[in-house]
Design a protein around this ligand. Structure first.
Ligand code: SF4
Ligand code: SF4
Ligand code: SF4
Ligand code: FES
Length: 527
């Protein structure tokens, strides 16, 4: 230990060994410097350049820079973060892939649609239920009434008909009734905070669902005899009352307490509720000027005045969302507003600044050309949409399996496990900032189950190095020149031939979805 020395990172001293890198020193301080091409056993490859820090006025990669006595390093400054963000954005200028499928990106509640469809296709209905209920507050209702914006963006629609996504959602909730198994998400540990949500329509019910999951004690107040608000006005043929009843019962099972036939006014005042609860969320539907005045809440035009970024009214701990703030025509949008308000309230209760949920990062490939589309179509079931034999009953199991098998699985095999996607989210990268004309989508499906997608390879060099270290008989190498450099097995052999010994390790360590095992995707439940 005698020859250790100290360096300073962001004003904090840290002891390092001779030969140690700045990255390793920063990790001792608990700093999360992003790395893509760094793997301890491979040593610094210096290819990705996202691990930047500033030393002596210069930005340098921390993985390949050795610490020296007295060194002063800047890591978590806005300038360094901006440089890392730009490096990530440059990687996306030539990245061919969709982290999230187009349908999921278009769902205001971000249901992981391809995962749901894979579950249905393989008959794993409990998992389908879990996937649906993980994202949607009232899927039984949405499966009937949603205007399905997801289907408008469905890639399958470019070929014949879009996947019948909404019908599949309904199928899953119908099956839950049939098999008597509903898979509700787990709530976080109790926060000790209590929220009252006033108005049990679509926005309020959705907000109650998300707040309960966050571990808060939620009480719902509504003046009607039953919870559901405007959902109770929908004709039975479109939305059976029993479906609303079942969804409300599930919210109660999650822990939401319902107080019905209770109206804001006397004795239920905002002041009084403010003494009993840590936050109040108003989702009361359209309010008249008189009603707002009685509550002491200012109006802007015909709606309550709130801060649109935080959903906060001028009254302390009182939030508002839904039609009392802006008329809500679409049920999914009304629920998405409930989700946004719940996140604002959740942050407030946890002592953080209120804000709406962040968008999940996704690289976006855009429209496919006919040849690319064909690549996607090849692995799916041919034929147009499967209509249920009996419209009133909906899809049978077999019909649902056939319909789900039409999905092209547009999501990336690595989404949720991809290091590049992770840091793009952390750094708020804009995938389109440096977008130019993209390469063609290409997918090499190898006999032994490896899939290689060159458009997602960032040329980090990890797989090449691992092959070299393991003395792979053939191995992988960088081939080509300039912009055409790519990873390949020598002599035009299949990638798999190059990976006789270290296929597992290369797939595991690849920081993107460029190298994956096919069956992992088929079974994917990574939601
Ligand atoms: S490799 Fe990563 S960044 Fe690229 S599409 Fe897949 S999940 Fe997104
Ligand atoms: S084909 Fe499947 S994954 Fe692709 S957009 Fe349509 S439903 Fe989503
Ligand atoms: S395929 Fe190899 S070089 Fe390309 S990103 Fe994955 S590990 Fe890096
Ligand atoms: S250059 Fe340091 S992690 Fe890639």
């Amino acid at each position: 230990m005698s020859n250790t020395f100290a360096i300073t990172i962001d004003g904090r001293a840290v002891e390092v060994q001779p030969g140690e890198s700045v990255l390793s020193a920063a990790r001792k301080l608990g700093l999360d410097i992003p790395t893509l091409c760094y793997l301890e056993k491979c040593g610094p490859l210096n290819s990705c350049q996202v691990c930047l820090v500033k030393i002596n006025g210069k930005l340098v990669p921390s993985c390949g820079t050795k610490a020296s006595a007295g060194m002063v390093v800047e890591s978590e400054t806005e300038e360094v973060h901006e440089a890392r963000r730009t490096t990530l954005e440059l990687l996306f200028s030539d990245h061919v892939g969709d982290c999230l499928s187009p349908c999921q990106r278009l769902c205001p509640l971000m249901l992981n649609i391809p995962v749901m469809l894979r579950h249905i296709q393989s008959g794993r209905l409990s998992e389908a239920s879990a996937t649906v209920r993980q994202a949607l507050p009232l899927p039984g209702v949405l499966g009937r009434l949603c205007h399905h914006p997801c289907e408008q963006g469905c890639r399958r629609g470019q070929w014949d008909d879009p996947a019948a996504i909404r019908d599949m959602e309904k199928f899953v909730t119908d099956q839950e009734q049939e098999i008597g198994a509903v898979h509700l998400p787990l709530n976080k540990a109790g926060s000790g905070k209590a929220v009252v949500v006033i108005g049990a329509g679509p926005t309020g019910l959705a907000a109650a669902y998300y707040l309960t999951r966050e571990g808060h004690a939620v009480t719902m107040v509504d003046r009607r005899e039953q919870a559901g608000g405007t959902l109770r006005d929908v004709p039975e043929a479109q939305l059976p009352a029993a479906v609303v009843d079942a969804e409300v019962a599930l919210l109660a099972r999650m822990g939401v307490e319902f107080k019905l036939r209770a109206e804001l006014g006397n004795p239920l005042t905002l002041d009084g509720l403010g003494r009993g609860f840590d936050a109040i969320l108003l989702t009361v539907g359209e309010l008249s000027k008189d009603e707002a005045a009685r509550l002491n809440l200012p109006m802007a035009g015909a709606a309550l005045k709130i801060d649109p970024n935080t959903c906060q009214t001028p009254l302390p701990k009182v939030f508002a969302a839904g039609s009392c703030v802006r008329p809500q025509k679409q049920i999914i949008k009304a629920m998405a507003e409930g989700r946004a308000a719940a996140e604002c309230v959740n942050r407030f209760l946890r002592g953080e600044p209120s804000r709406r949920p962040e968008k999940t990062f996704s690289s976006i490939m855009g429209r496919l050309d006919p040849a690319e589309l064909k690549t996607f179509i090849q692995s799916s079931k041919s034929g147009g949409s499967v209509s249920p034999c009996d419209r009133c009953v909906g899809h049978t199991r077999q019909e649902a399996v056939t319909e789900s098998a039409r999905c092209l699985h547009c999501d990336c095999h690595s989404s949720g496990n991809c290091v590049l996607q992770h840091y793009a989210q952390v750094y708020g990268a804009d995938a389109n900032r440096f977008k130019s004309e993209r390469r063609k989508f290409e997918q090499q499906v190898q006999a032994g189950g490896i899939i290689f997608e060159p458009g997602k390879c960032i040329l980090c060099g990890i797989c090449v190095k691992l092959c070299e270290q393991a003395a792979e008989p053939l191995g992988l190498a960088f081939v080509g020149r300039g912009f055409d450099v790519r990873v390949a097995a020598p002599f035009d052999e299949a990638i798999e031939r190059g990976l006789q010994k270290v296929a597992d390790e290369c797939v595991k360590q690849c920081p993107t979805g460029a190298l994956v095992f096919a069956e992992k995707h088929a079974e994917s439940a990574n939601d």
